[in-house]
Design a protein around this ligand. Structure first.
Ligand code: FAD
Length: 391
């Protein structure tokens, strides 16, 4: 049998194709060279050089990676998931940049847009020359997007958008915002492509974050933004529009959490082997071995779960409730691994000299965005019992 590798104790690697391994290795190498040397500094300063990174991510084929045509790579859901794991092993901020661009903004245009909208926006977005964001959440409507207050009203043949969005990843750096608004004439929710230089649009960054610091998070202000008729996405007029995109993005989160967990576990494993206390490595103690064994188990279980869901998605058999289970399980596991690893590192664990506390604090956002852990538990609970706990 092959040698045991801590981060792949169960030899899940064998379940991947050569092509999948090649994609994974290319992303891993990019993260090692481009992200890891700098990410501590970005996190400390609360910045991400999104504009510089996007064209590189585009060249790697990672933007809209799972979409077909218009310059997109047309990769499998599993290959995209593997890329998400590697990106998030660098930092959740970099994975979020890619998720929002590809799974949310580009996905919305690809699935619900017109041919003209697809042709105009998708090629430069796949290349990373044009950045997108996805505005669904509002200050008073997060888990319950149906409570949104942003409106779109008709003015002649145009649309006029008014309202506010909150917690929008890529907001201040985006060229185009996919904004979901309730139309005042028929009360239905539609998506709009808003060029961010439109008069009345602004995207002030949200500062003083203690999580996802290496990520741009913004408010979107729409003060009577006037848009032509063809700014609306014609394919959908209900919450199914944004929710279908969120299903895509959550699948990436299931995989991404594995990367954050793996990075924390490997840091703890290495540290425990070299750090001495009471005259021997702390790894020689039963308590630390128990922690390492648990962390390894959680990382490997999360890997298997992500791969299983990815394969189901590629086979067209994955249901949203199953993605909810994946997100709930893998983000919970990653948080537990990160918190345990942080303690293994002692005082060093609280610094940016190691990746652990950075991941730990990032995961506090991951457990909240793309549907909170509570909301996913309620989705699973509703499917199990047949009783809808949201009403
Ligand atoms: P609330 O919905 O107010 O929830 C507060 C608490 O109440 C939570 O614990 C929740 O689980 C609980 N709760 C809510 N409903 C129920 C219920 N029925 N039963 C029991 N408990 C309940 N949004 C976007 O649109 N685009 C983005 O790009 C984006 N990026 C983000 C980036 C970051 C860093 C963060 C933190 C958020 C981002 N979000 C984005 C928003 C994110 O999706 C929301 O924060 C999330 O949906 C939760 O909404 P909320 O913050 O309003 O919390």
């Amino acid at each position: 049998p092959p040698e045991l590798r801590p981060e792949d104790y169960l030899d899940v690697d064998r379940l991947l194709s050569d092509e999948e391994r090649a994609i994974r290795d290319a992303v891993r190498a990019w993260v090692r060279d481009r992200v890891l040397p700098e990410v501590g500094g970005w996190f400390e300063l609360g910045t991400l050089p999104s504009r510089e990174l996007a064209p590189e991510l585009g060249r790697l084929g990672l933007l809209g990676m799972h979409l077909q045509g218009h310059g997109c790579a047309g990769a499998s859901a599993t290959a995209y998931g593997l890329a998400c794991t590697e990106l998030e092993a660098g930092d959740t901020g970099v994975r979020s940049l890619v998720s929002v661009q590809g799974s949310l903004a580009m996905q919305a245009i690809d699935r619900w847009g017109s041919d003209e909208q697809r042709e105009r926006w998708l090629p430069p977005m796949a290349a990373g020359e044009v950045l997108g964001c996805f505005g669904l959440t509002e200050p008073d409507a997060g888990s319950d997007p149906g409570a949104m207050r942003t409106t779109a009203r008709r003015a002649g043949g145009d649309w006029v958008l008014h309202g506010q969005k909150m917690w929008i990843t890529n907001g201040s750096v985006a060229d185009v915002a996919v904004v979901w608004a309730r139309c005042s004439d028929d009360g239905r929710v539609r998506g709009f492509l808003v060029p961010t230089d439109a008069p009345g649009f602004s995207a002030p960054p949200i500062t003083r974050k203690l999580s996802l610091r290496a990520s741009v998070t913004s408010e979107l202000v729409l003060d009577d933004v006037r848009l032509p008729d063809d700014a609306a996405l014609p394919g959908v007029a209900s919450l199914r529009g944004p929710l279908s995109c969120l299903d895509e993005a959550r699948h990436g989160v299931v995989w991404g959490a594995v990367g954050a967990a793996r990075s924390c576990f490997l840091a703890a494993l290495e540290y425990a082997g070299t750090r001495e206390a009471f005259g021997r490595p702390i790894a020689a103690t039963q308590i630390q071995q128990l922690k390492l064994a648990r962390m390894a188990t959680q990382v490997n279980q999360a890997t298997l779960l992500a791969l299983h869901l990815g394969r189901m998605k590629d086979a067209g058999r994955l249901r949203p409730e199953q993605v909810s289970m994946g997100k709930l399980a893998n983000v919970d596991a990653a948080l537990e691994v990160a918190r345990t690893a942080r303690q293994v590192l002692g005082g060093n664990g609280i610094t940016l000299g190691y990746p652990v506390m950075r991941h730990m604090s990032n995961l506090e956002s991951v457990v909240t965005y793309e549907g909170t852990a509570d909301v996913h538990a309620l989705v699973i609970g509703g499917a199990l019992t047949g009783i809808d706990a949201f009403r």
